[in-house]
Design a protein around this ligand. Structure first.
Ligand SMILES: [Ca+2]
Length: 459
């Protein structure tokens, strides 16, 4: 899972970053489309401290300011690596009344926002942000990141690349102790492209919602949670394992090795995945996390278990709510993770559902991990407020050689073209994680994700 956010404790794949999806040519000529709007910015440093002034873009000589003196409308402030949103007047702002200042740190740290009303943007622009690097505590790297189409892979940096994310190199650090205007051509960070992979509604020649049609499909995998859960930490020989097959567990809760009563329990045909906080957990965790939660994968590190390349995959579930929860239903290319040749010939991830606790939105994303560079396209799925936690709903995806189509309760909500890198069976992952970049201090302990069933169908 890689999610919208960048500073998750763990990347689930060793390669987390990169430019945007290059899609196959569209079937017919399309009218020119404005570049997709930008929804958010992250201000990232390795070490040191910086103060940030206004930011925006210049197009045809006209400056559009996204941030000055306050976050954009609708933005939710976020931070990681010990950073925070702190508004200061020292040093005196370059313009306006206040600047936002990074915390002092010796490691990677950043503040960012999310869920802003999309900010207007024009392709062929120059992006800018003013920065003042603390001469007493210079960082070794300064990075700006822009979120477009739900994906953060639009990055530029100055200085020495210590953050290690795929990012466009802009040159040395700017001078210390004075306001400097950082400028990045939008093309250099792949912001100029419209979302050509995305077609809405799901059938471009059809008006209105498209309902799922499984005519000709047969049930190939059915976990109804009517019997004791067949799970072990790593396999082999069980239907599920309790970690990511590539040993890339992620988030602010450790995925627990299952034991009776935790983190998985079954009652009346429903699986309950529990996240719980206990200071005793921290002592046993190499990252000192006091939280534990649960993940199920249908295949193991050797690629053994259930997987299929095409078909319909669905989870019927009821989700916990509130900022900081991070339940997900996702599919990943299944192969022997020790086989680097197999790994290099194609690997994708389909995030059917990643939910970050907002009342009315979850995320769907396609990642292409291999061959590199990583590319991704994401989409916010809007729901009735409170729907995901009010009851059980179906979150599904139909994967065929042409399209990957996401469904909510059997109605198509988004689709992308099936990329040529999809050349392996897909295994199933279900988890309740925490964090994903959001603060977890408000998460209730315990909290639960309930799963009625997980099924797959194929022709
Ligand atoms: Ca059931």
């Amino acid at each position: 899972m890689i999610p919208l956010l960048l500073f998750s404790l763990f990347a689930e794949e060793p390669q987390m970053n990169a430019p945007v999806l290059k899609d196959p040519p569209p079937p017919a000529p399309v009218a020119p489309v404005e570049a997709a709007p930008v929804a958010a910015i992250a201000f990232s440093l390795f070490g040191g401290r910086a103060t940030w002034g206004k930011a925006g873009f210049v197009h045809d000589g006209k400056e559009t300011v996204w941030i000055e003196d306050a976050l954009p409308q609708g933005a939710i402030p976020m931070a990681s690596g010990g950073d925070a949103w702190t508004w200061v007047t020292d040093p005196p702002p370059f313009s306006g009344h206040a600047s936002h200042q990074s915390a002092l740190s010796t490691n990677g740290h950043q503040h960012l926002f999310n869920a802003a009303t999309p900010m207007p943007f024009k392709g062929g622009s120059t992006l800018f942000a003013y920065v003042y690097l603390d001469p007493e505590h210079p960082p070794s790297q300064v990075m700006l990141q822009w979120n477009q189409n739900g994906v953060w892979d639009h990055r530029a940096y100055w200085g020495v690349d210590k953050l290690g994310w795929e990012s466009h190199a802009m040159g040395p650090l700017p001078p210390l102790g004075s306001w400097v205007r950082l400028e990045v051509p939008s093309a250099a960070v792949n912001l100029d492209q419209p979302s050509t992979l995305r077609v809405k509604p799901a059938q471009p020649d059809t008006d209105g919602p498209v309902t799922l049609n499984l005519e000709g499909y047969k049930l190939t995998f059915s976990e109804d949670f009517d019997a004791p859960l067949d799970v072990s930490p790593w396999g082999p020989g069980t239907r599920w394992i309790a970690h990511t097959p590539w040993d890339g567990d992620f988030g602010d809760a450790a995925f627990a090795d299952p034991r009776p009563g935790f983190p998985f329990t079954i009652e009346k045909g429903v699986l309950r995945i529990e996240a719980r906080k206990d200071e005793a957990f921290a002592a046993e965790d190499k990252f000192k996390r006091p939280w534990r939660a649960g993940l199920l994968s249908s295949y193991d590190a050797k690629g053994k278990g259930f997987a299929q390349q095409y078909g319909y995959f669905v989870m019927r579930a009821k989700l916990p709510t509130g900022r900081g929860v991070w339940p997900a239903f996702w599919l990943c290319s299944c192969y022997d993770r020790g086989d680097t040749v197999a790994g290099a010939t194609g690997s994708i991830e389909i995030d059917v559902l990643e939910y970050y606790g907002a009342p009315d939105t979850y995320s769907a994303t396609l990642h292409i991990w291999q061959p590199q560079p990583h590319r991704a396209e994401g989409f916010p799925v809007y729901t009735k407020p409170g729907m995901v936690a009010d009851g059980f709903h179906d979150y599904g995806v139909l994967v065929d050689p042409q399209w990957i189509t996401m469904y909510t309760d059997g109605v198509a909500v988004w689709r992308v073209r099936t990329p040529p890198e999809h050349n392996k069976p897909l295994g199933i992952l279900v988890n309740l994680a925490l964090g994903g970049g959001w603060p977890i201090d408000k998460v209730e302990s315990p909290c639960f994700m309930e799963v009625e069933h997980v099924r797959a169908y194929a022709k």
